[in-house]
Write a protein that binds this ligand. Structure first.
Ligand code: NAD
Ligand code: ZN
Length: 245
């Protein structure tokens, strides 16, 4: 990253009144959690798209829970990295701030982010397929098959799977944040999964300055005003170092 480019973007961040951030699996890759599309994203030769679906769960809930146990085990001992912490710190310095994540690992909350929308749910929560009650469950491994304490219905991960509808109030809040921000950061997301992918266009349509941070170019890169190529844990803290006082 060129020093001049970095300084220009830091000045924009310092001047921004409202910042909205979108993060994806790439920000947690630096904490040791594999992305879906990276080389470690496979489990027993299944692709995530074949397991994280309502059809897969209906067909074989045991298999889907076994995969989630593997993912829970992978995530359980992982810690937030410098990028998660830098975003939590930025939130404390701004009046208007929203962090929208597609990650389900819960690391943003552990790092201290509070104005947080977990668009795809959270791997440490379960939901009853009968009575819909949502509860926290941090068991590793979780008992297979887990059942609801209230009604004995089958529990599923409280995660929005491929082909499922997102929780409408979260989408609305996210859309408002991206429409209303003057600066957007897009960190470690492939820009393929909707509606997150459309948030960049939304921010651009409303004249926000969009900064993307990723190890590679993505579908969002053409629209972004600046692309900072590098690992989130290196680039994000460096970018957000700027003193806003
Ligand atoms: P993705 O796997 O499709 O893409 C990850 C992106 O991160 C890619 O663009 C890649 O180039 C980039 N990347 C990889 N390492 C990086 C690094 N060190 N620094 C910066 N960028 C890096 O993930 P996605 O776009 O978030 O969406 C796919 C779905 O995967 C989401 O629905 C999400 O719920 C799920 N997912 C979540 C987790 C998690 O919670 N940690 C992990 C895997 C997948
Ligand atoms: Zn129940």
């Amino acid at each position: 990253m060129e020093a001049k480019q970095l300084q220009e973007i830091q000045e924009k961040i310092a001047a921004a009144k409202a910042v909205a951030v979108l993060t994806g699996a790439g920000i947690s890759a630096d904490s040791g959690i594999p992305t879906f599309r990276g080389e470690d994203g496979l489990w027993r030769n299944f692709r995530a798209e074949d397991l994280a679906t309502p059809e897969a769960f209906e067909r074989d809930p045991r298999l889907v829970w076994e995969w989630y146990n593997w993912r829970r085990e992978l995530i359980a001992d992982k810690q937030p990295n410098a990028a998660h912490y830098a975003l939590a710190d930025l939130e404390r310095r701004l009046e208007a701030f929203v962090l929208v994540t597609q990650n389900v690992d819960g690391l943003h909350a552990v790092a201290g982010s509070r104005k947080l929308i977990e668009l795809h749910g959270n791997i440490w929560k379960v939901r009853c397929t009968q009575c819909e009650a949502v509860t926290e469950n941090r068991d590793v491994p979780i008992v297979i098959l887990p059942h609801c304490m209230r009604c004995h219905g089958l529990l599923r991960p409280h995660i929005v799977w491929f082909g499922e509808v997102l929780y409408a109030p979260d989408v609305l809040k996210s859309a408002r944040a991206f429409e209303g921000c003057d600066l957007m950061l897009v960190i470690g997301t492939s820009g393929i999964v909707q509606p997150a992918a459309s948030f960049v266009s939304l921010a651009k349509d409303h004249k926000a300055f969009v900064v993307e941070i990723n190890v590679a170019e993505t579908a969002a890169s053409l629209e972004a005003d600046a692309l900072l190529l590098g690992r989130a844990a290196d680039v994000v803290p460096q970018l957000l170092m700027a003193d806003r006082s």
